[in-house]
Design a protein around this ligand. Sequence first.
Ligand SMILES: [Zn+2]
Length: 124
Amino acid sequence: MMGLKYSSKINKIRTIALGLIFAGMIIMYIGLLFRNIEWLMLVFMVLGVIAIGLSTAIYFWIGLLSTKAVSIVCPECHAQTKMLGRVDACMYCKQPLTMDPDLDGEEFDEKYNSGKYWKEQGKK
Ligand SMILES: [Zn+2]
């Protein structure tokens, strides 16, 4: 859980995937600069394809994670955000969202993660 504070996990993974796409394109562009040196161009092209392929895999992974993420209404900015695991941060205001540590090892209580619960609490 450490090191994941103050930044939404999904946002963070998305940033990495986006960065990999750009890295892949830059690597392939560099490869084009070496088109006179065939093997070097090939190395850059393969690296670029690997980076882009990896980011595609990460995007696919985000899709899987999103189905597991729980939609909640951020108690701080009242925006609908998604939370992964017991500790995560709001996607919009970076507010750390922490599940009650007492809930650790307990049956996960869905009501804390549903927007309905917070609406019932009068927090919209
Ligand atoms: Zn928020």
